[in-house]
Ligand binder design. Structure first.
Ligand code: NAD
Length: 349
């Protein structure tokens, strides 16, 4: 396994429940800022080591995302090994809920790839350390509109920094993936006067944005190299890699997808090409901010909006520092996150 992925993790738990077949890892990366929060992913990993590596990498990413978003939450992640279409059962999610409960609140779970709100409602029967629910007095519901709003504000910050403009009128934006987040993002961009170019493997999702926002459909393999001002990856991870970076014509990359850089040093390649990259975990924090509101025990949309609006300021600081220090934006963001965590850790100890 990739032992480099162990980076200051506080605790990693493995559960194999023979009765239900549940095999899962929970990785608690850091709790200096508060309980470790991060979604649960269900995926057909080839083996336990692959799943552990993912849990370690993703939980660290959550520490950074939560820190820069100004949340009193640490970073954690759970992964369940299994096929999300065929391996789900009530018993399995209840066993997973008991696993979370045994950590006594150190880890708070929510939905991620392969996990639905319904699954989390089952988990919630065994533990209260779950968020992202639809029911209940303080349920936060679908996080996607908040993620999309944060991405829209992040795009505005990038446009201001790179193009010196406060408005989006006539700017050409390519959106890869018009699912939950991509749809709401297209709505904001259209209302702000941008021209949209979209791709998706789902024809219904494409028709919707074509019809509602006059978006032009682009072939799947042409969206990265589209002749646009802004490229907004809202589908897949690792989309910025050795093959794609040289094809990009956009001046700005700002989208919702997690882990957009295939490797850390791709941030430097983008900088060298003069492309402004909005670090993914900074710009896409709107969803976790909304989920965090639920963990406070009292859902308050004004609290959520104030934090989502701060994404504009956070990115402006990162962009300015990147220019002043001649360093890639992803390195500046990582450093900012680590600083916040280190300060909280020092205060605690
Ligand atoms: P989603 O599944 O609703 O949408 C993703 C869309 O991408 C789908 O319509 C899918 O058909 C499309 N797609 C898949 N493969 C594609 C390809 N090769 N080319 C073009 N389109 C493709 O997911 P979502 O909730 O909208 O999330 C989008 C991205 O943002 C994901 O990477 C997710 O991890 C990240 N994200 C989402 C949230 C949130 O609040 N939903 C928060 C933070 C990060």
């Amino acid at each position: 396994m990739d032992t480099n992925q162990f980076k200051g993790h506080e605790q990693v738990v493995y559960l194999h429940d023979k009765e239900t077949g549940l095999k899962a890892f929970i990785a608690v990366h850091d709790t200096s800022l508060g309980p470790a929060a991060g979604g649960c992913r269900m995926w057909s990993y080839n083996n336990e080591m692959e799943a552990l590596t993912d849990a370690l990498r993703l939980s660290r990413g959550m520490s950074y995302k939560n820190a820069v978003a100004g949340l009193k939450l640490g970073g954690g992640k759970a992964v369940i090994i299994g096929n999300s279409r065929t391996d789900k059962s009530e018993a399995l999610f209840r066993a997973f809920g008991r696993m979370i409960d045994s950590l006594g609140g150190k880890y708070i779970s929510a939905e991620d790839v392969g996990i639905s709100v319904e699954d989390m409602e089952i988990v919630a029967k065994e533990t209260r350390h779950v968020a992202g629910l639809d029911k209940g007095a303080h349920a936060s519901g679908d996080p996607s509109p908040f993620t999309a709003l944060g991405v829209f504000l992040g795009i505005k910050a990038a446009v201001k920094h790179k193009l010196g403009r406060d408005d989006m009128k006539g700017l050409r934006v390519a959106v890869q993936g018009v699912g939950h987040v991509g749809y709401y993002l297209c709505k904001h961009l259209y209302e702000a006067g941008a021209s949209l170019f979209v791709s998706d493997i789902n024809k219904d999702a494409l028709s919707r944005v074509e019809g509602e926002f006059k978006a032009k459909v682009v072939d799947l393999d042409k969206i990265i190299s589209a002749d646009v001002d802004i490229l907004s990856p809202c589908a897949l991870g690792a989309i910025l890699n050795d093959e794609t970076i040289n094809l990009i014509k956009a001046n700005i990359i700002a989208g919702a997808a997690n882990n957009q850089l295939a490797r850390d040093d791709h941030g430097k390649l983008l900088m060298d090409r003069g492309i402004l990259y909005a670090p993914d975990y900074v710009i896409n924090a709107g969803g976790i901010i909304n989920v965090a509101a639920e963990t406070r025990g009292e859902y308050d949309v004004n609290w959520v909006m104030a934090k989502v609006e701060k994404i504009y300021d956070n990115l402006t600081v990162i962009f300015d520092r990147s220019v002043a220090e001649n360093r890639p934006t992803n390195h500046i963001a990582d450093e900012m996150a680590q600083d916040i965590i280190d300060k909280a850790h020092a205060l605690k100890s």
